[in-house]
Design a protein around this ligand. Structure first.
Ligand code: DI6
Ligand code: FE
Length: 407
């Protein structure tokens, strides 16, 4: 067998759709790695395992998952929004704070004032925290710059942070996050700037692979998002959307019509939206952190998504305002406790389905031959413990690109 290293005696949670057991379990199997790629997934008695003379790691019956993908973060920002949080605790709604120029726009002021070096220094501990829990692939959005220069500054910072931590990056231009103050009352003109200048610049410099929008009553209308998506696609970028978070604007149908990678939040998604996602193969990304921090009551239609066979992912939405926490395990836990996902669905939601939400289903998210050799060895008695037991991270080993990394 042509491989450099072998992990044996593992309980592989492959999430391979071809394996019918829960979690795609291959109990007691071995994982062979060549370079940075999974070369073979072998039963314990395979002759290749016995004959192997390279480096062997005995997992001692521990559980192995694919590396996690956090498919929705805004982890580049400066400043603090603790005051917003405090106001919300006394009953001021998020939408009211936004209208007063707080909320996203207060992070915009601080982020514009920060240098790229400052943004990198602030973001490094956030990404390191995610990586320490097993994140090997992260999506990072712009959206607190809202000028061409500041949006590109954020995307360059994202690239540096991901490179420094050694995590695969999927960078997203979210210029349509809020209407900046200098365009107040002229949202359509700002959308024109996004389409004619920001998207072309991000594409030209290869700083983003997707374009996101905040399709909401307090942000951008479906018609404005439609223009942005058309421009994104004309520049070869994928599309996705923050949709149906606070109201139902039928943003999911719009993203589905554009063949988008994912729709995110979805608390107010209706039956027509679910059907559109099922037909388009778009991933439904659940963000229970924002639901929790905003003390929302409206739950996303998990049962309908499940019944329709829409792939569901789970992400942190790590941001300074509505989801200020850097833990994908807590996000999974919230998805189970608050939304009723099963632990297997939560784990599938940060592996196979999260990779699909980032257009990386062919390279990430399962333990299958040809996938990138990013995997996690867990010292737990049951896979659900990865989702259930918080505070101590029971990771025994973290392998990225075929190499064991520190914990
Ligand atoms: N929805 C969210 O949850 C984040 N952005 C968005 O469009 C919130 C970002 C923030 O409040 O800073
Ligand atoms: Fe978000």
């Amino acid at each position: 067998m042509d491989a450099d290293a072998l992990w044996v005696n593992a309980r592989l949670l492959t999430f391979d759709p071809a394996v019918s057991a829960p979690y795609g379990l291959r109990d007691g199997w071995a994982l062979a790695v060549r370079g940075n790629t999974i070369a073979a997934v072998l039963p314990p008695d395979a002759p290749e395992v016995r004959a192997f003379t390279g480096r062997v790691t005995d997992c001692g019956g521990k559980w192995v998952t694919p590396g996690f993908s956090d498919c929705h973060t805004h982890l580049i920002w400066a400043g603090s929004r603790a005051n917003d949080w405090q106001d919300r605790l006394t009953g001021v709604p998020y939408t009211e704070i936004a209208k007063r120029g707080g909320g996203i726009l207060s992070s915009v002021r601080a982020t514009r004032a920060a240098t790229a070096d400052e943004l990198v220094a602030l973001a490094l501990p956030r990404l390191r925290a995610l990586a320490a829990e097993g994140v090997t692939c992260v999506e990072i959005k712009s959206g607190y710059g809202l000028t061409t220069a500041d949006e590109l500054k954020m995307l360059r910072a994202a690239k540096r942070v991901a490179g420094e931590v050694g995590v695969e990056l999927s960078a997203t231009l979210l210029a349509a996050h809020a209407v900046p103050p200098e365009f107040a009352g002229r949202a359509d003109d700002y959308v024109s700037l996004i389409c004619s200048e920001m998207i072309p610049a991000a594409a030209q410099e290869n700083l983003a692979e997707a374009v996101d929008v905040f399709c909401e009553s307090i942000a951008f209308s479906p018609a404005q998002c439609d223009r942005i998506f058309a421009s994104a696609k004309a520049h070869g970028l994928a599309v996705k959307g923050h949709v149906e978070q606070l109201t139902n604007q039928h943003g999911a149908e719009l993203v589905a019509r554009h063949g988008g990678w994912s729709v995110d939040h979805l608390e107010y998604l209706d039956a027509a939206g679910v059907e559109a996602l099922a037909n388009a193969g778009t991933v439904a990304v659940l963000l229970p952190g924002a639901f929790y921090f905003l003390r929302e009551k409206q739950q996303p239609p998990v049962e309908a998504l499940r019944n329709a066979g829409v792939p569901m992912a789970v992400a942190t939405d790590l941001n300074p305002g509505t989801s200020p926490f850097a833990s994908l395990r807590i996000a999974m836990n919230m998805a189970c406790v608050l939304y009723g996902l099963l632990p297997e669905e939560a784990l599938e939601g940060v592996t196979r389905n999260a990779a699909k939400a980032l257009g990386r289903g062919d390279r990430f998210g399962t333990l299958e031959v040809g996938k990138r050799a990013d995997f996690l060895v867990w010292d737990v008695l049951h896979p659900a413990e990865i989702v259930c037991h918080l505070g101590v991270t029971p990771l025994a080993e973290r392998v990225v690109l075929g190499c064991s990394r520190g914990l």
